[in-house]
Write a protein that binds this ligand. Structure first.
Ligand SMILES: Nc1ncnc2c1ncn2[C@@H]1O[C@H](COP(=O)(O)OP(=O)(O)OP(=O)(O)O)[C@@H](O)[C@H]1O
Ligand SMILES: [Mg+2]
Length: 373
């Protein structure tokens, strides 16, 4: 044996070892489709031993409706084409349908195409997971939409009977105050309270379920101007509490102005509401973070225990009784829904007694199409 023959022998053995150890089925056929080699993974994936498979026509693996497929693929290979990641189905020896991804290349000898090598990857598991995920996503979208419709209808329709209850209790209160006994006055006061509270809850729920319902009315929004208007809305409380509000430079962003206003309205309102003994100091600013704006609304108020950082963003979750601070606990849930729908995130950093900073991101969006050249 010459040195060259020996080197070639080693090279062949190396290739054979690679083919044998592959997790993908590697099958070579002549251009007529007759199977010439069949590796161990092919035995595993299709269930036939090399002995059973070699010599047969490659199309014996195809289900009935795909019998012609192999011949067509071989024809393309015969013309020198390569086929990459071709998704199809084949049959296992036990009759099971397999989802495969095939890659075929020509085998050449002395410049002539003499056959095809087919690498088959079993993607049945991947396909199953993809299908499962697609189904789950669809189901989630459906149940979300249904839930929102439900919340909307429920809160909308509850308003009517509640109005009746409220007005008659108020009538009772006005007409019979002091004319029944002291207990009765107290009971009526509780009932008025309860009805008012229920009204705020229903309105909160309605506002929450309405987020995003009006469709995406997006435009260029000057956040600086918008925040100045929100600050002006709180003028009275600001004067009363001796608050200072520092509004730094804010960007112009694409978004729904009504919703963005809701976000700032609640965050700034919270800063004023959850204040400590000291006069409130509020700062609103923004900085660039990757391809987004990171907006921060910070106060020097009572702060929040990290234990409750997640909870406060849920519907009707509050850390205080309504007697202590007014509100229903819907504000941050609405903020979170708005920010998430716009592709961003919202979170808080704080320590009890040391103020709170609410942060949210507004990822860059393409400019609105309307009015674009
Ligand atoms: N800036 C803040 N400082 C301290 N605690 C806060 C602050 N903002 C929110 N919280 C806590 O998170 C809870 C939820 O806030 P959220 O805005 O959702 O509700 P709310 O202000 O109580 O009621 P609503 O917004 O419906 O009027 C608050 O009740 C409060 O306990
Ligand atoms: Mg609030």
């Amino acid at each position: 044996m010459t040195a060259r023959q020996m080197a070639e022998g080693i090279e062949l053995a190396r290739l054979a070892a690679i083919v044998e150890s592959s997790d993908d089925a590697i099958i070579s056929t002549g251009l007529d489709g007759e199977i010439q080699s069949w590796n161990r993974a092919a035995e595993h994936i299709f269930g036939y031993t090399a002995e059973e498979a070699i010599g047969r026509h490659i199309s014996f693996l195809a289900p009935e409706d795909l019998w012609l497929e192999e011949s067509e693929l071989l024809q393309r290979i015969g013309q020198g084409e390569h086929v990459q990641h071709y998704r199809t189905r084949r049959l296992h020896k036990d009759g099971r349908l397999l989802a495969l991804s095939l890659s075929l290349s020509p085998i050449r000898a002395h410049g002539q195409i003499v056959g095809a090598s087919t690498i088959s990857r079993d993607i049945s598991e991947r396909r199953r997971i993809e299908e499962l995920l697609a189904r789950q996503t669809l189901e989630l979208q459906r149940s979300n939409a249904e839930l929102e419709r439900f919340a909307y209808v429920a809160s909308h329709d509850l308003q009517e009977p509640l109005r009746t209850i409220t007005s008659f209790i108020q009538l009772l209160a006005r007409r019979y105050k002091g004319r029944l006994d002291a207990d009765a006055d107290e009971f009526i006061a509780f009932a008025v309270d309860g009805a008012n509270r229920m009204k705020s809850l229903i309105q909160g729920l309605l506002a929450y379920s309405r987020v995003g319902r009006r469709g995406a009315d997006e435009e260029q929004v000057d956040l600086g101007e918008l925040v100045d208007r929100v600050i002006a809305d709180h003028d009275l409380v600001i004067a009363e509490s001796g608050a200072t509000v520092l509004r730094r430079d804010l960007p112009i962003v694409t978004g729904n102005p009504t919703e963005l206003r809701q976000v700032f309205h609640n965050l700034i309102g919270n800063c004023l509401k959850f204040r400590s003994e000291a006069p409130p100091e509020i700062q609103i600013g923004a900085e660039r973070r990757d391809s987004a704006w990171l907006v921060t609304v910070q106060d020097n108020g009572i702060g929040i225990d990290p234990e409750y950082f997640d909870r406060i963003f849920l519907v009707f979750q509050r850390l205080h009784g309504p007697g202590q601070y007014p509100g229903t606990g819907i504000g941050l849930a609405i903020c979170s829904k708005i920010i998430q729908a716009r592709g961003g995130e919202i979170w808080v950093s704080s320590r009890p007694g040391e103020g709170a900073a609410f942060h949210f991101t507004l990822p860059d969006l393409p400019l609105p199409m309307i009015g674009a050249p």
